[in-house]
Design a protein around this ligand. Structure first.
Ligand code: 5GP
Length: 251
């Protein structure tokens, strides 16, 4: 492993000290972790594909003026990011009923929702990520009403953009989760999309067959898990770029 300081060791990604103040290196691993049902494992090659897909989506979002903390790809498994103060809640946007959400509301999986639904979950190591309301977030100081307005507004823009992008390549964007962080610059602070946007964080179904092409393949013990991720990259037209990047040391 390269001689650099690890500032955060995550289940699926590590963060290393960056080349300057306020910069970090985000390293994508092949380790896989699912919260419901709890499952751990390895998906060979996932880190490389997620690094590329997330870089591509974050770049496209920046082009439509959705702020993110992504700076640039460094190599096959790593990208340079701005250091942010991550909010303790994550946003889930749902377009189609799936998973536990479908069960909870007694909907057939695949039912198109009357409109996109935004939910907030507490990010927690100790308890199983409970669904939280604006009341919880403001009372416990996890996010202000202004933060919540920003997160809703930005999440809807991300949803509109990504729904169109994926529809264009024959993929249904069922749902996805977003992490937000506070990016400080001089006297200014703004909320930005952080972490990653990848098949680890989105439910993506083939538009023709409704076959999952995301981490649900792993969660549900289906075969061809990494092939699903690879197919997403192929359809986005970024697989050839993937083949041109050099493998990073220390996977
Ligand atoms: P659900 O709440 O239905 O299990 O998942 C909703 C969305 O969150 C799905 O698109 C799924 O890919 C994503 N997701 C599932 N597990 C995680 C996780 O551990 N972290 C994050 N950020 N998103 C997740």
């Amino acid at each position: 492993m390269a001689r650099r300081r690890c500032v955060y060791e995550g289940r699926e990604k590590d963060l290393f000290e960056g080349p300057g103040p306020g910069l970090l290196v985000q390293h994508f691993k092949d380790a896989a972790w699912v919260r419901r049902p709890r499952k751990v494992g390895v998906i060979d090659g996932k880190g490389v594909i997620n690094n590329r897909i997330s870089a591509y989506l974050m770049t496209r979002l920046t082009e439509i003026r959705v702020p993110t903390n992504f700076v640039r790809c460094l190599n096959m498994r790593e990208q340079l990011i701005h250091e942010v103060e991550v909010l303790p809640v994550e946003v889930v946007v749902r377009n189609i009923a799936a998973g536990e959400f479908a069960e909870k509301f007694e909907l057939t999986e695949g039912t198109v929702l009357p409109r996109s639904i935004i939910e907030f979950y507490l990010r927690s190591e100790d308890i199983t990520d409970p669904l939280v309301s604006e009341e919880h977030m403001t009372a416990f100081g996890w996010a202000s009403t202004h933060d919540i307005d920003d997160m809703v507004h930005l999440s809807m823009r991300v949803n509109d953009f990504m729904t169109g992008l994926f529809t264009g390549v024959g993929i249904r964007l069922v749902d996805f989760s977003l992490t937000f962080g506070r990016l400080y610059h001089e006297d200014d602070m703004r909320l930005v999309v952080a972490d990653e946007i990848s098949p680890d964080r989105c439910r993506l179904w083939d538009a023709r067959t409704n076959e999952p092409m995301d981490k649900d393949r792993f969660a549900r013990d289906l075969d061809n898990v990494v092939e699903g991720y690879r197919e997403v990259a192929t359809r986005l037209g970024i697989l050839s770029e993937l083949n041109n990047l050099s493998e990073a040391p220390g996977r």
